[in-house]
Design a protein around this ligand. Structure first.
Ligand code: BTN
Length: 310
């Protein structure tokens, strides 16, 4: 019943739906409608109740999200600690390949290198649970496919010149639009799951707290539909993950990156490396030419392009 109510409110967009209409549509009494609505408010849904009826004040564009497109299931939460934590629990409980966990807000959003990730309302915060038939050393292909695919999708939808920054962020005009965090669990020589967490600044305003971040709303000058972005991206990613072993993902990714050729600083948990990004090898590692002319192969870290700090 909860899903039916959310779908009804989600498809009504900004319109109110009266209690009578809801009760007729759902085949339950008005008192039952009222009880369900009260429970949804307690769960954190941003609901407006007035003499005209009920409507959702926010996240309508996510709730109408279609369950087709090869996505096994979407799980939407108004507020979570982190979609990474929910996705991990679900993956361990046997969630299907391509289950997507979406949140309107995260109270403990996580970034790479144990940083926190600001997750205001209006952004698109989600984690995709993937169970690819790959050995762990090839899991990098999935992460690079996700960032490549998302940059292409955003460019197709909004024509914003989104470029990938090693390893998996997406920048526009050197400002951070998207962050990607990946967590993997293995069993023996196979991947049990690889969860790809993605934060896209869509209709939120990250610039106030993060001067080197930008949102799609700022870039295009108006609000955009998170549903459209998520749907298009999942379609594209689903297609790219088909026969991924046969695809030269890194070569495709390199066509979309702004990192190669740049002077960079790379922070790992214990070190900082600096130099010019020469290349990304076939395993996804960054090849760095250091200031003493030696080269270093860096396999993980947070990369900063040195003309700014994004
Ligand atoms: C980074 O750039 O440091 C990675 C940021 C990843 C943020 C996303 S938002 C959805 C998912 N849930 C989280 O807690 N983190 C990822």
């Amino acid at each position: 019943m909860k899903d039916k109510i959310l779908k009804l409110l989600g498809t009504a967009q900004t319109q109110y739906i009266s209690g009578v209409e809801m009760s007729n549509h759902l085949g339950i009494s008005r008192v039952a409608v009222w009880k369900h609505m009260k429970r949804l408010v307690q769960e954190g849904y941003d609901m407006d109740a007035s003499p005209k009826g009920y409507r959702l004040k926010s996240c309508r564009d996510l709730l109408g999200f279609s369950f087709e497109r090869g996505v096994s299931a979407t799980r939407f939460f108004p507020i979570v600690d982190s979609t990474m934590d929910r996705a991990r629990e679900l993956a361990k409980q046997g969630a299907d390949h391509f289950t997507v966990v979406i949140a309107e807000q995260q109270e403990k959003g996580r970034g790479r290198l144990r940083r926190s990730w600001l997750s205001q309302k209006g952004g698109l915060w989600f984690t995709i649970i993937l169970k690819p038939d790959l050995p762990p050393p090839l899991s990098f292909k999935v992460n690079f496919a996700a960032s490549l695919c998302l940059a292409r999708t955003l460019n197709r939808l909004f024509d914003i010149n989104a470029r990938v920054k090693w390893p998996n962020d997406i920048l526009v005009n050197n400002k951070k639009l998207v962050g990607l965090l990946s967590e993997m669990e293995t069993r023996g020589d196979m991947i049990s799951f690889v969860n790809i967490g993605i934060g896209i600044n869509v209709n939120n305003q990250p610039e106030q707290d993060e001067p080197n971040a930008v949102s799609i709303r700022t870039l295009v000058g108006h609000d955009v539909s998170r549903e459209v972005i998520l749907g298009a991206f999942l379609d594209d990613l689903g297609a790219m993950l088909q026969n991924i072993l046969d695809k030269e993902i890194i070569d495709l990714w390199k066509e979309q990156t702004s990192t190669i050729g740049k002077r960079v600083r790379i922070e790992t948990l214990n070190n900082v490396h600096q130099g010019v990004a020469l290349d990304v090898d076939e395993t996804g590692a960054l090849i760095l030419e250091q200031e003493d002319n030696t080269t270093r192969r860096v396999i993980y870290g947070d990369c900063f392009h040195r003309e700014n700090q994004s």
